[in-house]
Design a binder for this molecule. Structure first.
Ligand code: S3P
Length: 446
């Protein structure tokens, strides 16, 4: 896919130093808009991620009657004037989820409960991603959904209506699927229960109670929702903590570049998002939790990272959902470690914004890494540094582009990373923050 935007990156000119505040969490930013739009009253949100994915969510709810008012120029603070649980109106035009799987899949659950027709589209990457995983359960609850390949691919046409609660056992460990079904459960008659094969991020379960809707955590794998018929805007500001998925790029870069010492401020350490830290701890990374705190319903900490020699390891399959978005940059850590890194049971990586196993294997191999592709993961034999001096393709996937910028810091020669503009979907300030701590990266726009 050609989306443009070329980065020139590496090698690092010296140690990485400094204190970084990365932007707000993408998953929580989406959910804050969705729940704010469905609530009675005005929800105030701070720490919002001003990324294109989250703007797509905001625009879709504005098209259905919610009002979003930005409170600062950076678009990190906003108010959402909600329409109430049954107040959304039929959109006059198609809804556009852009590049965002989270927006498309969670909103499918909400649209399933609406007494109107809607059509949702996205970009070429989103149109290639599986949607049956959300279409199937909401059909079982009573919604009518159609789309290409029998409703497995977008555009999706959704005619919602009266839903019945259900006991859903998800075949896939996916917080998007779980959240879609729980959100549909808000509109259902009776209770909705979701059980997953492995525990996944629980931001929906943590945020709904802020809006007055209880969610019972039956055990680590099962969540139950008895709809109370109303969401209410919280009295307190909904605070979004810094995104651990964005922080990991700098944690890996600081681990790899000799002499580095970087502090990542107030990063979300929810155990369901903290798999990256468990994987890096097993790789013998030098990570220290400094001040620990709570932001909203989520635990956070300052994390200090110093450089060290990383070691190979085998990833525990239970940790995979907790680090699912971090594997591109963890592959980079592995490619520059000592020993062998093994990842299995991670086939979900093939249905992200790109096929992240194939794209990372191609990009790292082109730069001289020793990486072997497997159907459900990879085997990576680490090296002290990589050759570089080539052009690689990020395939319009934000996390591939940023991971390769990190890898480039340990290369003999700079690399060009094409189709990198998608960084704007999750981390528009990435290049500036990377430069601030001394990483060698710039846009090739002049
Ligand atoms: C997300 C869940 C994950 C993750 C995505 C965000 C969410 O997707 O990869 O970036 O906010 O619920 P899956 O649920 O498909 O694993």
């Amino acid at each position: 896919m050609n989306i443009g935007g070329t980065l020139i990156a590496g090698p690092a000119k010296g140690a990485l130093k400094g204190n970084i505040t990365v932007p707000g969490d993408k998953s929580m930013s989406h959910r804050s808009i969705m729940l704010g739009a469905l609530a009675d009253g005005v929800t105030r949100i701070e720490g919002f991620l001003p990324g294109d994915d989250n703007f797509a969510t905001a625009a879709m709810f504005e098209a259905m009657g919610a009002k979003v008012t930005w409170l600062n120029e950076e678009k990190t603070a906003l108010e959402v004037q909600g329409v109430g649980l049954y107040g959304l109106k039929e959109p006059e035009n198609v809804l556009d989820a852009g590049n965002s799987g989270t927006a498309a899949r969670l909103i499918t659950g909400i649209l399933a409960g609406q007494d109107f027709h809607s059509v949702m589209v996205g970009d070429a990457s989103l149109h290639s991603r599986p949607m049956a995983r959300v279409a199937d359960p909401v059909r079982l609850m009573g919604a009518k959904i159609d789309g290409r390949e029998g409703g497995n691919k977008m555009p999706l046409s959704i005619r919602g209506g009266k839903l019945k609660g259900m006991n859903f056992v998800s075949p896939v460990a996916s917080a998007q699927v779980k959240s879609c079904v729980l959100l549909a459960g808000l509109f259902a008659d009776g209770e909705t229960t979701v059980t997953e094969p492995k525990a996944t991020r629980d931001h929906t379960e943590r945020m709904l109670p802020l809006f007055g809707q209880a969610v019972e955590r039956v055990d680590a794998f099962t969540s139950k929702l008895q709809p109370c018929g109303q969401l209410t805007a919280p009295k307190d500001v909904v605070q979004i903590p810094a995104d651990p998925s964005s922080a990991t790029f700098f944690a890996v870069a600081a681990s790899l570049v000799d002499g580095s010492d970087v502090v990542l401020n107030s990063i979300g350490i929810n155990p369901r998002r903290d798999g990256w830290r468990r994987v890096m701890a097993d790789m013998q990374a030098n990570l220290t939790l400094e001040t620990e705190n709570t932001v909203g319903a989520e635990p956070v900490a300052d994390i200090r990272v110093k450089s060290t020699t990383l070691q190979g390891m085998k990833v525990n399959p239970q940790d995979i959902p907790d680090a699912i978005d971090e594997f591109p940059v963890l592959f980079v850590a592995a490619a520059l470690s000592k020993g062998t890194f093994v990842l299995d049971e991670a086939e979900e990586l093939r249905v992200k914004e790109s096929d992240r196993i194939a794209t990372m294997v191609a990009a790292l191999q082109a730069c001289g890494a020793d990486i072997e592709e497997k159907e459900d993961g990879a085997v990576i034999h680490g090296k002290p540094n990589l050759k570089g001096g080539v052009t690689v393709d990020a395939h319009g996937d934000h996390r591939i582009a940023m991971a390769m910028v990190v890898a480039a810091q340990k290369m003999d020669k700079e690399i060009r990373i094409e189709n990198a503009a998608a960084i704007a979907t999750s981390f528009p300030s990435f290049v500036d923050l990377a430069q601030n701590i001394g990483m060698n990266v710039r846009w090739d726009d002049v």
